[in-house]
Design a protein around this ligand. Structure first.
Ligand code: AMP
Length: 281
């Protein structure tokens, strides 16, 4: 695995690989890697000739007062995990080169960005879309891998790719969870041991709601209210609980196959998001 910081060298390696007839798979991350990220890298390894992984803690997607400064970083462990998973290139762009003082372009994806995380974190998806568009230009992948853990991010990136005719295919990986169901997240390290125990109520409530839907409940309001009550009873503060169509992120009144129940909660100072698909599993 080669570590690359400059976009020139990155393009050279990607072009070389293309000339040799190898397809290019790309996994963008913010580092502090765990099995969720690694599952995407393994999938890229299985499906593509060249596997590029980026680690970049993108300042544009953090609002003032969010955790940009203290976002977990583990560069050595990350490099080891990626080499083991079979990545070819670890791309580590420099923040100053990504966003020089003259940088003034942003990508705003309407509609899908507005509800859910977009409503609680204004500007977040503008930052995500801008960095993903830029990374796509730099890496020029054939296939890009994203986790369903960030369901709305997938919707935003898919919309952007279609709207801007970006020639990349998106692959969405399943959510990787800990033994008690909590979705793996770099931010889980913020949780104290007591909070970590309490956090398991989030997947429990989502799975319970999923069961209620599979047993026949089709009224979204009933499922959402039940889920919210479960979360509050477990001592979690609820930002939102909403059943949506994952393609548009629009709220659904009646549940249909493939809808997603999305939730965001706060456990102490840590914010957790998760989702389950309804009537699918
Ligand atoms: P991040 O480093 O948080 O920006 O995540 C990088 C990629 O990994 C995103 O596409 C995430 O959706 C994905 N990801 C993060 N956590 C998980 C998880 N538990 N399971 C599957 N994918 C994940």
């Amino acid at each position: 695995m080669e570590k690359v910081t400059g976009v020139g060298r990155l393009r050279e390696l990607v072009r070389q690989s293309r000339r040799e007839g190898r397809s290019v798979g790309f996994v963008p991350t913010m580092g502090a890697l765990h099995e969720g990220h690694v599952s995407l890298v393994r999938r890229a390894r299985a499906e593509c000739g060249l596997v590029v992984v980026s680690i970049f803690v993108n300042p544009l997607q953090f609002a003032a007062g969010e955790d940009l400064q203290r976002y977990p970083r583990s560069p050595e462990e990350d490099a080891r995990l990626l080499a083991d998973a079979g990545a070819d290139i670890l791309y580590l762009p420099d923040a100053g080169q990504m966003y020089p003082p003259t940088f003034s372009t942003s990508v705003d994806v309407g509609g899908v960005s507005e509800a859910g995380e977009g409503a609680v974190r204004p500007g977040h998806f503008r930052g995500v879309a801008t960095v993903v568009a830029k990374l796509f230009q730099q890496v020029d992948p054939d296939v890009a891998y994203f986790g369903r853990k960030d369901l709305q991010q997938v919707a935003v990136v898919s919309r952007m790719v279609r709207d801007l005719d970006i020639p990349v295919r998106l692959v969405v990986g399943a959510i990787v969870r800990d033994a008690d169901g909590l979705a793996l997240s770099s931010r889980n390290v913020y949780l104290s041991s007591e909070e970590r125990l309490r956090a398991a109520a989030l997947p429990r409530a989502l799975f319970e709601a999923q069961r209620r839907a599979s047993k026949g409940e089709r009224d979204s309001g009933v499922i959402e209210n039940g889920c919210r009550a479960d979360l509050e009873r477990a001592g979690l503060r609820v930002d939102y609980v909403e059943i949506v169509d994952p393609a548009t992120m629009r709220h659904c009144e009646r549940i249909e196959r493939g809808n997603a129940l999305t939730a965001a909660v706060r456990v102490g100072k840590t914010r957790l998001i998760d989702n389950v698909l309804l009537l699918e599993e």
